[in-house]
Design a protein around this ligand. Structure first.
Ligand SMILES: [Fe+2]
Length: 317
């Protein structure tokens, strides 16, 4: 357990993070490359999951995405590229291809579901949030969390391309789990100790019939630096699925974590606009969103990739 306050650029709060720390404008050199790339893809298409940035002239974009990766790993853990001209890319196949090629320069894309999906739509499918339904298919609020906290190998980085915003709500919200850790260490050290011990988590339907429906992982781990596996929904769902009562300290630790990750003094919030690319370090930076209401004719739509450089590309890692 870390027993000293965490310092440095990872431990930001609402009052210390500036927009220039996470927002990166797309320079005209990158814009030119992206437009040339879209024309090349239109004339000479390649299936999206076979696209390799090394096959294209993307020198300026490579510099930009190297800077994104630096901000994810050595900076605040969140970055937004402002913005890809999706309206000029001549349709969804080119948009997906450009997203794939840019995001693949941040990290290797990996499978996101047991069924082998690698490029996922984040949109409200109309299903109700319940055990077994993953949050990206609904419009409910999601407090800052880690994607795939219930898997053996969660992605290291998560990227989103906004295609359409919601009519109301759907703001992105971020928190540094290093700052959450600092707040808990200062105010609730005993509960923080409990967060270093395992919690049951429900696997949200993404497990095989010969496997258990829950996993048992700590919320905070040192591997070798701080790594977090907090998700507000999967932990109580895990206790329910496993048929285990939370004891008093377990419940208090989970509830305090849930309160602190949503502390307005710690969170940074903004609304993604169409064409903006959002990246997050999924190891120690939480991301979430407020609930949203769609225009039924133009539903909020994001494309999502998960990235992990180690292990295999398979869902189980
Ligand atoms: Fe998420």
């Amino acid at each position: 357990m870390i027993r000293e306050p965490i310092a440095g650029p990872r431990a930001w709060t609402r009052s210390t993070i500036r927009e220039s720390d996470w927002r990166i404008a797309l320079p005209s050199s990158c814009l030119d490359e992206i437009e040339r790339l879209a024309r090349a893809l239109e004339r000479d298409p390649v299936p999206t999951c076979l696209l390799d940035p090394a096959d294209y002239e993307l020198h300026a974009c490579r510099g930009l995405l190297d800077e994104v990766r630096r901000r994810l790993d050595e900076g605040p853990g969140v970055a937004v590229v402002d913005r890809i001209p999706i309206e000029r890319l001549a349709g969804r196949p080119r948009i997906e291809a450009v997203f794939w090629l840019l995001a693949a320069m941040v990290g290797r894309p990996v499978v996101q579901t047991r069924d082998g999906e690698i490029l996922v739509e984040v949109t409200d499918t109309g299903v109700r949030k319940r055990i077994g339904v993953r949050g990206y298919r609904t419009s409910v609020a999601q407090p800052p969390h880690v994607d795939n906290s219930f898997n053996h190998a969660p992605p290291d980085h998560v990227s989103l391309l906004c295609l359409r915003a919601a009519r109301e709500g759907g703001a992105s919200r971020f928190v540094s789990f290093c700052s959450v850790h600092n707040a808990l260490l200062a105010e609730h050290p005993r509960l923080l100790e409990r967060l270093y011990l395992p919690f049951h988590q429900d696997r949200q339907g993404d497990f095989w019939p010969d496997e258990p429906q829950t996993v048992f992982f700590p919320v905070f781990e040192l591997r070798p630096d701080l790594r977090c596996r907090y998700t507000h929904f999967t932990i109580p769902a895990g206790y329910e699925t496993a048929g285990v009562e939370m004891d008093e300290v377990t419940r208090a630790a989970f509830e305090m974590m849930t309160r602190v990750v949503q502390d307005p003094e710690l969170c940074c919030e903004f609304t993604l606009r169409p064409g903006e690319l959002q990246f997050v370090n999924n190891r120690w930076c939480g991301h979430g969103r407020t609930a949203y209401v769609d225009d039924p004719a133009r539903k909020r739509l994001m494309l999502r990739l998960w990235h992990r450089d180690g292990g295999s590309r398979r869902y189980r890692g």
